[in-house]
Design a protein around this ligand. Structure first.
Ligand code: ATP
Ligand code: MG
Length: 432
């Protein structure tokens, strides 16, 4: 009977000391000396050093095998302090599944240029670093789903083709749709609002598209957007769910991704410290704090990246800014009934990145909504179906949007958002 194939990480966990094992993976690196060939083999789980001595009948195979060739190796596990991971395999059988051509990436991050690695992203994804990031990303997504399901939200699937803008036109991608002009969605919000009348509490994790001209460390043109929307709720409910989600994801990720986070050099203590309730400041206070720091921003202006970063430094953890001037928030934002200059809208900010989410109470009164559409110069007929939601059974409701990649960039201390997604799309980059 053939030996079952074992994951390399299981060996490194010390479960097969002295045993004979079979592993399958790719040659990650190769080193040779006169007497020994060291094959560093990688599978999905980890890497391990495999040694072939000169008198081994598989010496010629080991000589021949190239970096990135898939292989199957049978051998005995030995504890060896000199090997990374503390274990190595003394090879007894080596079969080459396919011989790779000379691999273009020879060194890796820090030694080959960022541009070269980005142009070869399809190959760079095999690096340990990208493997760790993608594993954490998968877990973060799992905990996001887990959180909403635990809270009784129903997952829904919104459309990607849309006929009118949600967030205003400047950053919309247009496309031809059987001769008609359509757009790629920027947010599922308006559709989620329709769905709450059936399901009350809904959420989605879906792509959003933004024709962002800005080249920052926090903008992609295609990103994954977590958007919940729910009925019979107000500002306090909104901020509570938002902070519960973020702290749940942080705690669970630290618990479940310790190894990856350590390998990436990410600061786990920062995530462990993410506890509810998060600090909350009003927009007006944010402006006062900024003016005290010599920022020239005036009341009524939107906070830019630099302003957000400066505020976030003061808190050193996630926090909310709320009660923004109505004119800098979208048309669907409800205003405070006792202060119509202010919108019931809130952003969550984190150190170094600034905004990671925007949420708010939606205008549920039909007449107010129509006034707001006019104020923003939007055409009523483009939003007819949306106005129906205020005609038939309108309720107070809230929702927010959180960018998965922004959250990951902060959680993992990534230099740039492009490493938070396997195939990043930016103004310049759409290949591979
Ligand atoms: P910014 O001001 O940073 O461009 P925004 O206010 O336009 O962001 P929202 O419309 O509020 O963004 O979108 C909700 C969330 O989606 C943001 O808080 C952010 O986490 C994420 N997001 C928005 N635009 C992008 C983008 N271009 N790339 C990655 N994530 C984004
Ligand atoms: Mg926003």
């Amino acid at each position: 009977m053939p030996m079952p194939i074992i994951a390399i990480q299981e060996i490194l966990d010390g479960k097969s000391k002295g045993e004979s094992v079979t592993i399958r993976g790719w040659i990650h690196r190769k080193r040779e000396s006169k007497q020994t060939i060291f094959l560093i083999v990688r599978d999905a789980s980890s890497v391990i050093q495999c040694t072939v001595k000169r008198d081994n009948p598989f010496w010629t195979q080991a000589k021949k095998v190239t970096k990135e060739s898939p292989v199957m190796i049978k051998g005995t596990v030995k504890q060896d302090k000199r090997a990374t991971g503390g274990y190595e395999i003394a090879v007894e059988r080596l079969s080459i599944i396919g011989l790779a051509e000379t691999f273009p990436i020879t060194k890796g991050k820090g030694e080959e240029t960022e541009k070269f690695l980005r142009d070869n992203r399809h190959l760079w994804l095999r690096s340990r670093r990208m493997n760790w990031i993608m594993r954490v990303r998968s877990e973060v997504l799992r905990f996001i789903h887990e959180f909403f399901r635990k809270e009784g939200f129903i997952e829904v699937s919104p459309p990607m083709f849309i006929s009118s803008a949600c967030e205003g036109g400047a950053t919309l991608f247009g496309l031809k749709y059987f001769g008609k002009d359509l757009y790629l969605t920027q947010s599922a919000q308006l559709y989620l609002e329709a769905l709450i009348y059936s399901l009350e509490k809904v959420y989605c994790v879906a792509p959003s598209f933004r024709a962002e001209k800005s080249r920052t460390i926090r903008h992609l043109t295609e990103y994954w957007h977590v958007e919940p929307e729910w009925a019979f709720a107000g500002m306090d409910d909104l901020m509570r769910v938002e902070e519960d989600l973020v702290s749940y994801v942080c705690q669970k990720t630290v618990e479940n991704c310790r190894r990856e986070m350590k390998s990436l050099g990410a600061d786990t203590s920062k995530l462990i410290a993410v506890k509810t309730p998060f600090p909350r400041i009003k927009y007006t206070e944010a402006i006062e704090r900024l003016n005290a720091k010599d920022f020239k921003i005036r009341w009524g202006e939107d906070l830019g990246f630099d302003e957000e970063k400066a505020l976030a430094e003061e808190f050193d953890k996630p926090f909310f800014i709320y009660a923004y001037p109505r004119q800098i928030k979208a048309f669907y934002c409800k205003t405070y009934r006792d202060n119509p200059d202010l919108a019931m809208s809130t952003d969550m900010l984190v150190p170094r990145i600034g905004e990671i989410s925007t949420g708010g109470v939606r205008e549920d009164d039909k007449e107010e909504l129509l006034k707001r559409l006019k104020e923003f110069g939007l055409r009523e007929e483009d939003y007819d179906w949306y106005i129906d939601l205020r005609r038939y059974g309108t309720v107070p409701h809230v929702g927010f949007g959180l960018g998965v990649e922004r959250l990951l960039t902060w959680m993992l201390d990534l230099e740039n958002i492009i490493d938070a997604i396997p195939f990043p799309r930016t103004i310049r980059r759409f290949y591979p």
